[in-house]
Design a protein around this ligand. Sequence first.
Ligand code: FE2
Ligand code: FE2
Length: 159
Amino acid sequence: MIDEKAYREALDELLRDPELQKMKQYYQHGGNTYAHSVQVAEAALKLARILPFHVKEKDLARGAMLHDFYLYGTNDMTFTAYQHGTRHPRISYENASRHFDLTDTEKDIILSHMWPLTFTRPPRCRESVVVTLADKYCATREYRQHFTRLIKNRFFHRQ
Ligand SMILES: [Fe+2]
Ligand SMILES: [Fe+2]
């Protein structure tokens, strides 16, 4: 259950923030972090619509949009994919808390969104469960699209 108007208002307000726009510069899953986070925010809304319980609209929208606020490209990092997977929730939280006034729920969404990879940091509230599911769904879809494009270009591209 979700008040969609409240969700959209919170999301739109955050999307206007210049700090958030920085995510457009950083490569991820064949696209950029901003586009991925918008997709996660949309998937989280779809999921929240069918849930039998209420979620906090503003926290869900902001947590979904800030969950990957780590501000580097995954094609341009100095550590391994595994290290990225386990470290970027904390980096995203530290970046986000520097620029935004985060609630406890928003903090939990960001820090736990990679669970179960970060097995010691499971989601502690329902909004975090929604975002971790939405994120996995979107990341899988983005990887599939990216690799399909690569295969098509490699094997079927004609000059
Ligand atoms: Fe992430
Ligand atoms: Fe993500």
